[in-house]
Structure formats: structure tokens, C-alpha cells
Design a protein around this ligand. Structure first.
Ligand code: ADP
Ligand code: MG
Length: 225
């Protein structure tokens, strides 16, 4: 459809921009970060301002890294991976964010899952984005569920389920748009990058949500590419 075409063109444009300027931005950022650190040691009374500068530089880095994913050429680095290991790794590095809000992460993985042909780092990034969104959607003491099972002969299903604020019908139509965010400190790039990676894997992403009830995001990944 016209909408899909427009979306593809937009992605291609952003991807091109990202690769062209992404690396150029990274180098000056690295020196900014380094020199901020130096000054920080020299002016201990200004810790507050330095920590803000540091956080803002990190934020630019996050945005640039997300944009670089969009610019990456189609041929990802596909190898056979054990999904259980990937999930356990991702959950372990999400634990810090979860602890801040006292969120419990519940993981259930079906026994004897087949190996999945995928780009390990990209799938990690997808899961990190979804887990992060789930945790961010909930108040303190929430529970995030991750369910992994075989969907059929050729694919596996990964669901990330929260009991958070949910997504309204209106928001639902904008979720994958670049820079769409309802968060004060969001980048609005997470889901866009997520969708791009899943499409590169010939997979699918489905979102079901009810306002004030919660959200279920299901990712279907083919076992073989
Ligand atoms: P960001 O997290 O930086 O805002 P994303 O692309 O990850 O960007 O998400 C875009 C928007 O989609 C979020 O700002 C939020 O409004 C909505 N969203 C995504 N996941 C969830 C979720 N699990 N629960 C509620 N809203 C969500
Ligand atoms: Mg996000």
C-alpha cells in the first residue's frame, strides 16, 4: 500500500542519513565524554552539572546507536543460536532497571527448543527494547512475564507481557514511527529499530494492549532463514 511504501522510503532515508553522519557524531562525542571526565576531577564542587552533561552525552550515544542499527545493510550476521541463552543474558542485564522499580521478571521457556538462525546481537537488542518498554510501562512492584515456545514447525514465539499503562488506539497507529514517544525521556526509536530487525529476520511482531490493563508483545521468529 501507499502507507507501507511511504514507511519503507522513510526508513531507507533515515538509514542512509544515520550511516553517513552516525560515525561522524560518535568521535566528537567520545572526546566530549573524556574531557568531561577530566574536568569533573578538577571541579568536584560541580558534580551535579557534570553528571547531567555525562547523562546527556550518553543519551546522544543511545540515539546514534539506534539510528546506526537502521542504517546497517540488510545482510545481518546469522548464526544458529540457543534462544534460552540469549533470553537469560538479556534478563540478567535488564535486572538493574527492574530492580530500580522492584519489578519481578518471570521467565518461562519451553523445553527442547530448536536452535534459531538469527543475528544474536540484533535479537538481544530487540528483547532489551521490549523488556525495557514493559518495565517502563508499569508502576513499582510490577511483574513482567516472558514466555517462549514453539509456535509451529517453522517458528518460535517470544511474548513479553506487562500489566502496565497499556496503549491507546491512537498511540497504537504511531508506535513504530520514528521519534514517537509518550515518555519524558524516551527516544521513540526502540520499536522502530525492533521492527526493522524483526523484518530483516523474516519474522513478525504483534501487539495487543488494553489501556490500564497491560500489553502483550509477541515476536515470531522463523527457525531457519
Ligand atoms: P520509547 O520507549 O523511547 O518511548 P519506543 O519506540 O520503545 O520508544 O516506544 C514508543 C512508544 O510506544 C512509547 O513511548 C509508549 O508510548 C509506547 N509503548 C511501547 N511499549 C509499550 C508498553 N509495553 N506499554 C505501554 N506503552 C508502550
Ligand atoms: Mg522503548
Amino acid at each position: 500500500t501507499y502507507e507501507e511504501l511511504r514507511h519503507k522510503e522513510k526508513l531507507a532515508f533515515i538509514g542512509e542519513m544515520a550511516t553517513t553522519i552516525g560515525h561522524e557524531i560518535r568521535n566528537p562525542l567520545a572526546s566530549l565524554k573524556g574531557f568531561t571526565q577530566l574536568q569533573r576531577e578538577k571541579y568536584p564542587e560541580d558534580q551535579y552539572y557534570f553528571s547531567i552533561m555525562d547523562k546527556e552525552v550518553d543519551r546522544i550515544n543511545t540515539i546514534v546507536n539506534d539510528l546506526l542499527v537502521l542504517g546497517r545493510p540488510r545482510s545481518a550476521h546469522f548464526t544458529k543460536n540457543n534462544l534460552k541463552n540469549i533470553i537469560e543474558y538479556v534478563v540478567s542485564i535488564s535486572q538493574q532497571l527492574a530492580n530500580q522499580k522492584n519489578t519481578k521478571i518471570d521467565v518461562w521457556i519451553e523445553e527442547d527448543l530448536p536452535l534459531i538462525e538469527c543475528d544474536e546481537n540484533q535479537i538481544k537488542q530487540v528483547l532489551i527494547n521490549l523488556i525495557k518498554n514493559g518495565i517502563e510501562s508499569m508502576p513499582e512492584d510490577g511483574k513482567l512475564k516472558i514466555h517462549v515456545k514453539k509456535a509451529d514447525e517453522n517458528s518460535v514465539s517470544i511474548s513479553v507481557i506487562d500489566h502496565g499503562c497499556g496503549i491507546s488506539k491512537e498511540e497504537m497507529t504511531n508506535l513504530f514511527e520514528p521519534f514517537f514517544t509518550t515518555k519524558e525521556d524516551g527516544t521513540g526509536l526502540g520499536l522502530m529499530v525492533t521492527r526493522k530487525i524483526i523484518e530483516d529476520h523474516q519474522g513478525k511482531i504483534e501487539i495487543e494492549s488494553e489501556v490500564n490493563q497491560g500489553t502483550k508483545v509477541e515476536v515470531l521468529l522463523p527457525i531457519r532463514q
